[in-house]
Structure formats: C-alpha cells, structure tokens
Design a protein around this ligand. Structure first.
Ligand code: PEP
Ligand code: MG
Length: 597
C-alpha cells in the first residue's frame, strides 16, 4: 500500500486526553427511523409535512452555505450548493411521496428507506465520485428528518474495543448507547462547547473533539487517527514525527492526572482559609465510583433525564426508585440534588412523544414539559420521595422562567408527597426545593425567586446560551459562546448577592465550574459551592489552594467592568499566565503541525 496522505483537522477540544488508534465511522446506514402506519385520510397531510421539512432543510442548507462562503472558504461552500440541488431531486422526492401513498407509512421512515435504496445503488457503481455523492445524500436526508422526527443508532456495542468513534454528530442518546469500554475517543463534524455530547464525553472521561466540519468525508473505518481532546486536534494518517509528539502528549496527560492524586482528599480552600464546597454532576448511577474517589462532598446535580433518554418506554416508578436509592445510599448522608426531568433542546427522550419544534431550545423543554405532563412529573417525584425516606431530599427545577412555574411545580410536588404518604411509606426528613438559574429573566428576578425557594443553582451552560442568544450546540456561532462575557458575569453576581441576602445557598453547576480558571472567577464573584463532572474536582481544588481570596475578588470586580468578552479573556490570561508557567508549551509545539493558513 502506498503512503497515505496526512490530514490535519483543527476542531474544538471538549474532553481532554490524547488517543492514537483505529477509526470507527458510525455509518449513516446504521441509523433507523421510527415507523408509523397512516390512515388513508392522513396521507395528504403527511406529504405536506414532508414538503415543509424539505423547505426548512433547504433554507438551512442555503444559510449554511452563505455563512461558510463568507466566514470560511468559498470553495468549501460548494458542497452546500450540491446539497440544495439534492434537496429538489425528483427521484428522492417522487419516490418518497409515492411510497408514503402506497405503503401508508410516515414520511421520515419512508424517506430514510428511499435514501438507503438510492444510496446502495450509488455505492454499487463502485466509483469514488458516486460514493462521495452517497455521503451527501445521507447528509441531506438526515437534515430533512431532523424536521420530521428522529433517527436512532442501534449499532451500540458492536464496536471493536479501542475505537475512535467518528460521526457527523452524536446526540446524547447516541453517546449514551455507545459502550464506554469500547470507545477510546470521539471526533464529530458538529457540536459546540456546551453540547450535551461534550458533557457526556467528559462524564465518561472519553477524549473528544467536536466541530470538525468535514471529518467524516475523509475518514474511513480502520484508518489510523490521533485525537487530542485538549488541543482539539485530529490527525488522519499521521507521520512519524506527529506520532512521537502525540505519544509524548498522551504520557504527559497521564502524569498530570497522577500529579493531581494528592488533591482528591484535601479541602478546596484558598491560602487565606475560604472554603468552597466541591460537588459532582452525574448522569448515571454508574458514575458513583468516580464521584467518591475524586473527593466530591456531595452530588450537586443529578441529571435524572438520562434515565428517560435512549429507551422506548418510560421507566417505571420502582425502577427509578431503585436507582435513586442507590445514589442516596452510596452518598451516605452527603447532599444529593435531584434535578427533575430536563429533556428537550438537544436531549430527546424517545419515551416521551413530543411534536417537532422549530426552536427546541426555546420550546417545550425541562420544567415546561413536566408542567405540561403533570403525571409524568409526579411519576418522577414519587420515587425520589420514597428513595429519600428519613433523609433530606433536595429537588431542583430546571429552566425556571417565572415564579408561577415554581408555584405550580410545588403544588405537584406536594401532591406526589401526599400520594406516598397515603401508601403509608415513610417520608423524607426534610424536603428542599431549588431552582436552576439559567434563563436571564430568572437571574434578573433572583431576589423574588430566592424569597420562595430553599436554594439556587446557576446553570451557566444555558445561562450563557440564553443571555448571549448563542445556541450552545451550534459550531457556527461557537466563537460567540463566551462564558466570561461581562453580561454573564453581572448576572451571576446578581444571583449570588440575592441568595446571600436571603440566606439561602447558591451553587454553580454549569461547565464554567469545571474549568479551573473560570472557577476562580466564580469564587471571586462570591460563589462558595461548585458542582462539576467529578474528574475536574482535583484540578479545580489544586488551583483554589494556590489563591488568596482578595486577589480573586479584585479580578472578578475588574472583569465585571470590562466592555467586551475579548477584554475579559485577555485579562484572565494575563492574571493566570504565571500560575500556568507561560502559555502551555504543548500548544506552542503543536502549532508546527497546523496546516498553512
Ligand atoms: C446548565 O445549563 O448549566 C446545566 C447545568 O444544565 P444542562 O447542562 O444539563 O442543561
Ligand atoms: Mg441547563
């Protein structure tokens, strides 16, 4: 075999670590669409729904093409023109329409099957050009299906161990389906810094690079890859020099992690004695080992919705009770905060049928969904109440936008408690209800909310998204997703002050808490409780233990009054340069591998 060409991709590193190994491309073919039978009188409406989805997908592709042409490279934008043409392809459209009529099946199911048929005919031609077109065809159909319903990937655990999974995009349910012992790293075309894929990769401690644009166009299953989840690099067919360099980086990463061992058991305390509580964010009960061995003092955020994702039917109350009890028992009296169902946005629970929405992040998400389906909500609260028998139960409401939602949720919680009481079961010793502050309106009304709630938790991932109107999963606006934007910092300070004045606890559970430098800004703003993916507890502790509170307060005060996020970032870099011993040498060295501008 001749020497293969090296390709270097520069993406967004969202979960640290360096891996060298074989690629496994999650083929579009592996996906399946849900099938539904139609009544004959539903056919016309279904065809109309299909056409509307084509229109929306075409608009989206045109817009993408325009942006890529302006911001990146006009040549790369040509691919979008090809996609627009495919979206009006008579073969694709007529066949789909015909089969909706004849087979009486839903549009997404039919479209996906038609796509596969045409795709395999193209593949059978055995020509590189047509094989490339197949890729485009799948891409286009997936885009249309996004506006119709969803696709699932049942490939789950057939992966060979040590695989670097390469995909167009991985939703939280795809990530949840992939077996952690098989996947060594992720590399995806799509994805932003606070996407739930990024969060899952961190939780599973799997190195990941997202936002690589076209990586799936180049990589084939079995190709040799390097993924550097800290620097955001992916290299296809690396040369000797690159292999040596990244092997060293992998070793360096391992040594750094080892060097943090001693911090696991030490308190998170500044030099001058200010204590910060360090809690863990979890998605699954299976993460408990990591929580305990990384020195978490409690669970500050249990994202219970992962129980509802990746399954066709709702979990029963007893199934939920078992998992919640397992978490409470393992934490042995340490605080556990149960966040109620937060599906919607980029977290789709197939067990909860919801209509497709044009703006899911602004739609029927989180608490709104629970309030729209009260029995679904009570069905989640009852097992929590039972699991917390004679202990303290902390319930956290996601995406609160106004006080009425809190009243309504409290009423439903009281009903669920009464149901458990009527069964004659023991009740929690104390029940505390808190709100996530992740919508600017809630931050601006923090005083009002603090007066009625027992605790607050700031979800910076969404607070940044909604304050700056930047979709947290959209790479095209990723550069605007600035956690240190002075507007965001001002909102955080306001919430902290409101909670302090009311004498209720407030913590931060968004990704900001897990970045050591940003965590210092939070401490400077008055935050005394941080919750993060457990692997970040030691590095955050290490930095806290080297700081003095007045310096952090001064820094936070300065950032609050800067005019732009860029100024804030530069000020932070300046402030922490010495602590980090200059710019990270690895970044400097790796620059030589970057493609010529
Ligand atoms: C947040 O928005 O910051 C948060 C912690 O919730 P999630 O990331 O699950 O939306
Ligand atoms: Mg959130």
């Amino acid at each position: 075999m001749g020497k293969r060409r090296t390709f270097f991709f520069d993406g967004l590193g969202v979960s640290g670590g360096v891996v060298l190994g074989p690629a496994y491309v999650l083929e579009q073919l592996g996906y399946e669409a849900e099938s539904r039978t139609l009544d004959p009188e539903e056919v016309e409406a279904e065809i109309e729904r299909f056409h509307r989805a084509i229109e929306l997908a075409t608009e989206e592709v045109r817009e993408l093409g325009r942006m890529v042409a302006e911001r990146l490279d006009p040549q790369q934008a040509a691919i979008f023109d090809a996609h627009v043409t495919l979206l009006s392809d008579p073969l694709l459209i007529n066949r789909t329409e015909e089969r909706i009529r004849n087979d009486l099946r839903n549009a997404e199911f039919v479209l996906w099957n038609v796509t596969r048929d045409i795709g395999s005919q193209l593949q059978a031609l055995g020509d590189a050009y047509f094989s490339e077109r197949t890729h485009d065809l799948y891409d286009v159909s997936r885009r249309v299906i996004k506006f119709l319903g969803q696709l699932r990937h049942p490939e789950g655990d057939t992966l060979p161990a040590g695989s670097i999974v390469v995909a167009n995009d991985l939703g939280p349910s795809d990530t949840a389906q992939l077996r952690r012992d098989k996947v060594a790293a992720f590399a995806t075309n799509a994805g932003g810094p606070a996407s739930h894929t990024a969060i899952m990769a961190k939780a599973l401690q799997i190195p990941a690079v997202v936002g690589l644009d076209f990586v799936t166009h180049y990589v084939r299953t079995g190709d040799f890859l390097i993924v550097d989840g800290s620097l955001g690099h992916v290299i296809l067919n690396p040369n000797e020099e690159q292999i040596l360099f990244y092997r060293e980086r992998a070793e360096e990463w391992r040594r750094t992690r080892e060097g943090l061992e001693e911090f696991r058991t030490l308190a998170a305390e500044t030099i001058d004695g200010t204590r910060v509580a360090m809690e863990a964010n979890i998605e699954f009960a299976s993460e408990l080992d990591l929580v305990l061995n990384q020195g978490a003092e409690g669970i500050g955020l249990f994202r219970t919705e992962y129980f509802f994702i990746d399954r066709k039917t709702l979990p029963s109350e007893s199934e939920q009770e078992e998992a919640y009890t397992m978490v409470m028992t393992a934490m042995d009296g340490r605080p556990v905060v149960f966040r109620t169902l937060d599906v919607g946005g980029d977290k789709i629970a197939s067990s909860i049928p919801t209509p497709p929405e044009a703006n899911p992040f602004l739609g029927l998400r989180a608490l709104r969904l629970s309030l729209a389906y009260p029995e679904l909500f009570r069905r989640q609260i009852r097992p929590m109440v039972r699991a917390a028998r004679s202990r303290e139960l902390k319930i956290l409401l996601p995406m609160v936008s106004c006080l009425e939602e809190v009243w309504e949720a409290r009423r439903l919680i009281d009903e669920a408690v009464a149901d458990v009481e009527a069964e004659g079961d023991g009740l929690p010793e104390r029940l505390l209800v808190g709100a996530m502050i992740e919508i600017p309106a809630a931050a601006l009304q923090a005083e009002v909310l603090a007066a009625e709630l027992d605790f607050l938790s700031i979800g910076t991932n969404d607070l940044v998204q909604y304050t700056l109107a930047v979709d947290r999963v959209n790479k095209l606006v990723g550069h605007l997703y600035q956690q240190v934007h002075p507007a965001v910092l001002q909102l955080i300070r306001r919430v902290v002050r409101a909670a302090d004045e009311r004498g209720i606890p407030v913590s931060v559970c968004g990704e900001m808490a897990s970045d050591p430098v940003l965590a210092m800004v939070l401490v400077g703003l008055g935050v005394r409780s941080l919750s993060m993916s457990p692997q970040f507890i030691p590095p955050v502790k290490k930095l806290i233990r080297s700081m003095e509170l007045p310096a952090l307060e001064e820094l936070a005060e300065r950032l609050l009054h800067l005019n732009t996020p860029t100024e804030a970032r530069s000020a932070l870099e300046e402030a922490f340069r010495e602590k980090r011993g200059g710019p990270l040498p690895a970044i400097e060295k790796a620059r030589r591998f970057l493609p010529e501008a």
